[in-house]
Ligand binder design. Structure first.
Ligand code: SF4
Ligand code: F3S
Length: 141
């Protein structure tokens, strides 16, 4: 049986539920983790970081020219999606097919990159890089 997502609790994302969420999966009782959101290609070389300011569970991790979301921390609240000026964040099941590799990249890179919790200035040429194709090859680790 699929357990309900904590973020969809009638009580909302309360401190109590967040405590439960951050406990080991085997102690979460009737609550499950949720589908994660994913940062995709258009963040590369833009890195506006508006997204980190609204995340209630601090699940963004910062690399040199890209941010990722920790899928084990994301509670599917959707708050970050409209904050990104270049529309780089998608629900896991709505990631464009040609960017599917970013689902794994988020899960992998969040393990080695530090958490970012406050907005920083965007990268210098962010506006020029918005929408440019082929940015995947420019991702710095
Ligand atoms: Fe954070 Fe976005 Fe996940 Fe909400 S949907 S928890 S804001 S990464
Ligand atoms: Fe990247 Fe958009 Fe956040 S550009 S850093 S996903 S606001």
């Amino acid at each position: 049986m699929v357990k309900p997502c904590i973020a969809n609790s009638p009580a909302g994302v309360s401190p109590t539920l967040l405590t439960v969420y951050h406990s080991p999966p085997e102690t979460r009782g009737n609550w499950s983790s949720c589908m994660a959101y994913v940062v995709t290609e258009n963040c590369i070389n833009c890195k506006h970081t508006d997204c980190v300011d609204v995340c209630p569970v601090d699940c963004f991790h910062e690399g040199p020219n890209f941010l990722v979301i920790d899928p084990d921390e994301c509670i599917d609240c959707t708050l970050c999606v409209p904050e990104c000026p270049v529309n780089a964040i998608f629900a896991e099941d709505e990631v464009p097919a040609d960017q599917a590799e970013f689902i794994e990249l988020n899960a992998e890179l969040c393990k080695s990159w530090p958490v970012l919790t406050e907005k920083r200035p965007a990268l210098p040429d962010a506006d020029e890089w918005d929408g440019k194709p082929g940015k995947r090859d420019l991702l710095q680790r």
